[in-house]
Ligand binder design. Structure first.
Ligand SMILES: N[C@@H](CCC(=O)N[C@@H](CS)C(=O)NCC(=O)O)C(=O)O
Length: 213
């Protein structure tokens, strides 16, 4: 049986790849390992019964390695993929595994913030500066010369950050964070990323109800 992965469809476009960073993380992992797979697009505003049967929690991504057993949660899924397809190895050493791990939550808080003095911009800047420092010492990727799991988790989140903050706040990653800029450029230009990214308009449509509820 084929490897299958359920991922989010674009908001209002059930036949188009959508804007879920956790879904893209799984697709990136499969692409980097050159595993062929069948992608099933899930309209999360109208979940089909068969999907709720395989994953009652109702979240994407969900992965089936060909044995008919469906697995949820991108953390678990990428581990399963790594065990089943060890080449090329994408394991991130434990000391680097949490680099950049607060970027997504601080980005979301800043994106939703209506108060420019609440410290949310500074909190995000602190996390981006820490990433820049790490990359300057150890880059170009988080674990050095080669892309690894932590980069594939962070890349879709940085994509959401750049697209949504530019659109909703006219905000960009500061120019002086040169290593972050080089990192983002390297990640976004990977073939795997080009192939699995959501269109900008779908990323924006996905965030719009959260920015202006
Ligand atoms: N911790 C989960 C998060 C997955 C998640 O939040 N997926 C969102 C889309 S980005 C979802 O399925 N939302 C639909 C819903 O909750 O009904 C993972 O890493 O896979």
């Amino acid at each position: 049986m084929a490897v299958e992965v359920c991922v989010k469809a674009a908001v209002g476009h059930p036949d188009t790849l959508g804007d879920c960073p956790f879904s893209q993380r799984v697709l990136l992992t499969l692409e980097e390992k050159k595993v062929s797979y069948q992608m099933k697009l899930i309209d999360v505003s109208n979940k089909p019964d068969w999907f709720l049967k395989i994953n009652p929690e109702g979240k994407v991504p969900v992965f089936n390695g060909g044995d008919g057993k469906w697995i949820a949660d991108s953390d678990v899924i990428v581990q399963v993929i790594e065990e089943k397809y060890p080449s090329p190895p994408l394991v991130t050493p434990p000391e680097d595994a949490s680099v950049g791990s607060k970027i997504f939550s601080t980005f979301v808080t800043f994106l939703k913030s209506k108060d420019s003095n609440d410290g949310s911009e500074q909190a995000l800047l602190t996390e981006l500066q820490a990433l820049d420092d790490h990359l300057k010492a150890h880059g170009p990727y988080i674990n050095g010369q080669n892309v690894s799991a932590v980069d594939l988790s962070l890349a879709p989140k940085l994509y959401h950050l750049t697209v949504a903050l530019d659109h909703f706040k006219g905000w960009k990653i500061p120019e002086n964070l040169t290593s972050v800029h080089a990192y983002v450029k390297a990640l976004f230009s990977r073939e795997s990323f080009e192939k699995t990214k959501a269109a900008k308009e779908h990323v924006i449509a996905g965030w719009a109800p959260k920015v202006n509820p």
